[in-house]
Design a protein around this ligand. Structure first.
Ligand SMILES: [Cu+2]
Length: 293
């Protein structure tokens, strides 16, 4: 140890200590960003993933975090080195060098390479998120000021609106500004194609746990998809400022097993029968089957 201390000057020792502290800080921070089981106050990181898209988004996010920390750490170390080594006291006569072609080429080429390394998985992920080649079912989502409506075109045109539950009507356990009267119900392990549109202004259908965020634009049908891998309730919100009640059009999705979904479908088709056009294209009061409840 004495020999080691003899080898290092004071400034070198300070540098070693700095690097060790930096490494400790970086590993500590990265460990703290590990998964959380459920959302809780002061949570760090994103919601636990419920779809393969979100899985990949999380993995990519973590890779980027490592790259970002490495770059920030490197730049910070360089800055501190310059401050310590070349300050006025230690280096009274500064060098007048203004150009160094090798360094200039390096600090141009290296960032370009880093960006290319990031761009390749990024584009792959974008195409993966874009659409699913063979969807098992389709859901149409329409944004309105200020609620969502959902249609199941392959389930006898099942259709209903989904409105926020007002504060005064909240039952125990229901989440304020997140729970709705009629959630979107989907089966798990099913590739669901989502078609998103709007009837008035631009909205955005955003489900963090699914990694789905799709603009709802008037006269356009935007496409996205998800395949939920476990049963549960997932919340989202309109995340495009769309008017005075923008904060009051949440999204609630309930993912059920395929069997439970079929049961729900049977009741929902009765419950929302008054919305059902049965493919006739025209909604006639006389033709509507009696409502189940
Ligand atoms: Cu909106």
């Amino acid at each position: 140890m004495k020999r080691l201390a003899g080898l290092l000057t004071k400034s070198q020792a300070a540098r070693v200590i700095f690097v060790l502290l930096l490494a400790t800080f970086l590993t500590g921070t990265l460990a703290a960003i590990a998964w959380a089981e459920a959302p809780h106050p002061w949570q760090l990181g994103m919601q636990p993933p419920a779809t393969p898209v979100k899985d990949r988004l999380n993995a990519f996010h973590n890779e980027l975090l490592v790259i970002t920390f490495l770059i920030a750490g490197f730049v910070m170390a360089l800055l501190l080195y310059v401050i310590i080594r070349f300050n006025h006291r230690r280096n009274p006569v500064p060098s007048h060098t203004t150009h160094n072609p090798v360094i200039e080429i390096m600090w141009t080429v290296v960032p370009v390479l880093i960006l290319v390394i990031i761009a390749i998985p990024s584009f792959k992920l974008m195409y993966y998120m874009d659409r699913v080649p063979n969807p098992d079912m389709t859901i149409k989502v329409t944004g309105h000021q200020w609620y969502w409506s959902y249609e199941y075109p392959d389930q006898k045109d099942l259709a209903f609106d989904s409105n926020v539950i007002q504060d005064a009507d909240l039952k125990p356990g229901q989440k304020r500004l997140l729970d709705v009267d009629n959630p979107l119900v989907v089966p798990i392990h099913t590739s669901v194609r989502v078609l998103v549109t709007s009837t008035d202004v631009i909205h955005s259908w955003f489900i963090p746990a699914f990694g789905v965020q799709e603009y709802a634009i008037i006269g356009r049908l935007n496409e996205s998809w998800f395949n939920v891998d476990h049963e549960g309730t997932y919340y989202g919100e309109c995340n495009q400022i769309c008017g005075i009640n923008h904060a009051f059009m949440p999204i609630k999705i309930v993912a059920l097993s395929k069997e439970d979904f079929r049961k729900w479908l049977a009741t929902a088709q009765k419950k929302f029968a008054h919305n059902n056009t049965n493919g006739a294209g025209l909604r006639l009061a006389a033709e509507s089957p009696a409502s189940g409840n």
